[in-house]
Design a protein around this ligand. Structure first.
Ligand SMILES: *Cc1c(COP(=O)(O)O)cnc(C)c1O
Length: 378
């Protein structure tokens, strides 16, 4: 089955009992047992629910994994995965991972004795240097946020194999439509399905996929023990969103490519960050490991005042956090998602006051360009 077909026919298709072509929403908590312990595979919906399982088998298919797991948010997914580790264990983590990932590692799991070191994973030597005798895993994102730095997944997998570490890849930005970390040697893929997989700014969800059965059993044990599961209705919404993932991702990318080239030609933009541009430092690695470059772009308009002006003047770019939805979203990382980083450190990282991040939607690109043009000229 090819990818666009898998999006429609992967996982569980429809309902055997009625012929319904959409998976039913099993809004149920418990299941009748014919005798003690004798049931049809379901006993309680935290442990297993048919609608959630349809979603879990779909994401497992899309990521070429063995087992999928659905959670109430991306952070619930990540926290459950980190619960694989014990007090005294250490993780090496990307230094520009999602802010919530940084927060849970340095404010929650650190209190339970799970330590983390944050390094720029786009340089593999940084990761090697940070590995200690008690290191158990590397957790990374590629491309990263907001500067779209690219990390070589195969290079990370080679390091992890040698040191017997688990490689965990947050694949939220690329989605399985463009990138399959398990095929490149990762052990665990996590997603904030709130973003592209859902795609319509209407559901908060997280997904995990593994290719190893034993690891799958451990994650299922943790999912059932901790209990942060995705409810049936949200599971159904996510399946519905994922049917059009291919259509949306192709449009997101076509629009982003046009916008990137348009921005690059302008003399009033100092820097454009998009891995699809041939002069982006991660372009070659991105080309090697992914089928596309995604719909996230950042660019520098020179100053904080100018960034603020652009945000105020655009009509079709909604000022909001989050990403990956059909509508274009615009933000200034220095003032929003990355505001908690000290100004000096932000400058060093390249997250300037004039840096604008756009999650390019699927609107008509001519309208988007016209709108941005008038906002930049204002
Ligand atoms: C949003 C996001 C998360 C967290 O997901 P939630 O669904 O908001 O809990 C994790 N990783 C990345 C890359 C994200 O963008």
């Amino acid at each position: 089955m090819r990818l666009d077909t898998k999006l429609i026919h992967g996982g569980v298709f429809g309902d055997e009992h009625t012929g319904a072509v959409s998976v039913p929403i099993y809004q149920v908590s418990t299941y009748k047992q014919e005798a003690i312990g004798k049931h049809k595979g379901y006993e309680y919906s935290r442990t297993g629910n048919p609608t959630r399982e349809a979603l879990e088998s779909l994401i497992a298919d899309l990521e070429n994994g063995k087992r999928g797991f659905a959670f109430a948010s991306g952070m619930a997914a990540i926290s459950t995965v980190v619960s694989l580790f014990d007090q005294g264990d250490h993780l090496v983590i990307g230094d520009d991972v999602y802010g919530g990932t940084y927060r849970v590692m340095s404010n929650v799991f650190n209190r339970m004795g799970i330590e983390s070191t944050f390094v720029d994973t786009s340089r593999p030597e940084n990761v090697v240097e940070a590995i200690r005798p008690n290191t158990r895993a590397v957790l990374m994102e590629t491309p990263s946020n907001p500067l779209l730095k690219v990390t070589d997944i195969e290079a990370m997998a080679a390091i992890c194999r040698e040191k017997e570490l688990l490689l965990i890849v947050d694949n939220t930005f690329m989605t399985p439509y463009w990138q399959n970390p398990l095929d490149l040697g990762a052990d665990i893929v996590v997603h904030s399905a709130t973003k592209y997989l859902g795609g319509h700014s209407d559901v908060v969800a997280g997904l995990v996929v593994v290719k190893d059965e034993e690891l799958g059993e451990k994650i299922h044990f943790l999912q059932n023990s901790i209990g942060g599961v995705l409810p049936p209705h949200d599971s159904w919404l996510l399946i519905r969103g994922m049917k059009t993932l291919g259509l949306r991702m192709r449009q997101h990318e076509a629009n982003t490519r046009e916008l990137a080239e348009w921005l690059q030609k302008r003399s009033d933009i100092t820097q454009v960050y998009y891995p699809g541009l041939s002069d982006h430092p991660g372009h070659d690695v991105a080309t090697k490991q992914a089928r596309g470059f995604g719909g996230m772009i950042s660019f520098d308009v020179g100053s904080g005042e100018r960034a603020e002006q652009v945000l105020q003047k655009t009509r079709y770019f909604t000022l909001a956090e989050s990403l990956g939805a059909v509508e274009s979203l615009i933000s200034v990382p220095a003032r929003m998602t990355h505001a908690s980083i000290p100004p000096q450190r932000r400058q060093e990282l390249g997250i300037t006051d004039g840096l604008i991040r756009i999650s390019v939607g699927v609107e008509d690109i001519e309208d988007l360009l016209q709108d941005l043009d008038q906002a930049l000229r204002a």
